[in-house]
Write a protein that binds this ligand. Structure first.
Ligand code: ATP
Ligand code: MG
Length: 413
């Protein structure tokens, strides 16, 4: 019986590659393609292969847990949308550059690029009074966007996975309170993913006069630029910034810095603008008609895989944080296959996720470089040079190699 938590490399699809396709410029794409995490169908469109899907599902589960803790419930909305709903807010026309729109049997449709209108249509069918609020619903689903510069690997897809949460409230105060609660949940998510995310003030856009917030991770490969205080109390996107680099922080943390960053999440308060356009209304305590207060909150799920790959990598390959690594242990045998088979079983029985490099078409040297390329947190080697009952263990993130007993191995894992 194969294990569900562990894998023999000989059974894993596909094999690693020495070179990334020459057209790939982004680090995330190079390493993720070479390591067999993703495969490119066309510009901005990638398959998540078994290793990539495992990473994505771990990220997804962390997000799911934190969303549920805010009191939200998971749903799944359709990806094929009728024009009529998008016409209600005017976005069929105003967003037509980014939307994939098409005709079939004389009817107009679009592929989902976001879900505000679809969600508002859903809830207006089910609400009548203030007692029906608040409503907090999220899903993980594919988004299609006609992105013109799809050159950043899976950081910017034309088809990508997003977690989008929507909330509707009877009062502005309730929307505001939930908005800040989601902000905290987002910070916990990024923390669990090993990332330091800055909360960045961004423009309200066309629909709201209130500040919205982006979550940005510092990275040279980012398309955004932010001005921030190292003390952590302030950050603005340079697109809208009211301050300049070098200005002293008001709280005495020194000069503000400027850096490139990747947007990993975004939270919006739309107020009642959309609800009025779509007539999402209810009766309040006094019996008079009110429009719902609406917010939306996104995190790029496949982008997250790419961001982690960019931030946690070195010249040899990827370095996954344990919380999202596809496997915990990369097991290599140098002439000790029987013992390695037994250790594979033992670790797997204890619930530890092992990728056992049992490929017979690879040299030991190739296995060591693939262990570095794949970035699995612990490399465990059994070899004839090491006395029986002991293993060599090395963390991907450190240079230190230790020879330890099997018992010590189990304890440290
Ligand atoms: P960007 O400015 O990077 O285009 P956006 O402001 O259009 O992002 P939103 O519409 O707020 O993004 O989407 C929510 C989240 O979805 C973003 O914070 C980002 O993490 C992710 N995302 C947006 N566009 C893409 C894309 N083309 N590919 C992958 N992830 C994306
Ligand atoms: Mg965009």
């Amino acid at each position: 019986m194969p294990y569900t938590n562990s894998m023999r490399y000989s059974n894993l699809f596909p094999d690693t590659k020495r070179e990334a396709p020459s057209e790939e410029v982004a680090i995330n794409a190079k390493y993720l393609i070479r390591g067999g995490f993703i495969d490119k169908l066309m510009a901005g469109s990638y398959t998540l292969l078994p290793l990539g899907r495992r990473v994505e599902r771990k990220i997804e589960q962390i997000i799911r847990e934190e969303m549920d803790l805010t009191g939200a419930s998971e749903i799944l909305m359709p990806l094929l949308h009728p024009k009529s709903i998008w016409n209600e807010t005017g976005r069929w026309d105003s967003a037509k550059e980014v939307m994939y729109q098409f005709k079939k049997d004389e009817k107009d449709y679009a592929l989902s690029f976001t879900h505000e209108e679809i969600l508002l249509d859903l809830i207006r069918k089910h609400v009548t009074t203030y007692k029906d609020f608040p409503i907090k619903l999220y899903h993980f689903s594919t988004k299609f966007r006609n992105e013109l510069r799809a050159k950043s690997g899976i950081l910017r897809g034309r088809e990508f996975l997003m977690k989008d949460l929507y909330s509707a409230h009877a009062t502005q105060e309730d929307l505001d309170a939930y908005y800040w609660q989601v902000k905290d949940a987002y910070l916990r998510i990024f923390d669990r993913l090993g990332l330091k995310a800055l909360v960045v003030e961004a423009g309200g856009g066309v629909f709201t006069d209130q500040t919205t917030h982006e979550f940005q991770v510092l990275s040279e490969s980012g398309e955004d630029e932010i001005i921030y205080c190292e003390g952590g109390d302030f950050a603005q996107n340079t697109e809208i910034a009211t301050v300049t680099e070098g200005k002293q922080c008001d709280l005495g943390h020194g000069p503000l810095k400027k850096a490139k960053a990747i947007e990993v999440g975004n939270i919006f308060r739309f107020g009642t603008v959309y609800s009025q356009k779509m007539d999402v209304s209810f009766t309040d305590k006094t019996g008079s008609k009110q429009f719902a207060w609406f917010g939306s909150y996104g995190i790029g799920l496949t982008r997250m895989v790419g961001v982690i790959a960019e931030v946690f990598s070195d010249e040899k390959g990827l370095i996954w944080p344990e919380s999202v690594a596809p496997y915990k242990v990369y097991l290599i045998s140098i002439g000790k296959d029987a013992q390695a088979n037994a250790l594979y079983d033992e670790l797997s029985d204890k619930g530890i996720e092992v990728l056992y490099d049992d490929r017979d078409n690879k040299t030991v040297g190739e296995k060591f470089s693939d262990a570095d390329l794949l970035g699995i947190p612990y490399r465990v080697v059994l070899s004839q040079k090491i006395e029986d009952g002991k293993v060599e263990m090395k963390k991907r993130a450190s240079e230190e190699v230790a020879v330890i007993s099997k018992e010590e191995l189990f304890n440290s894992l």
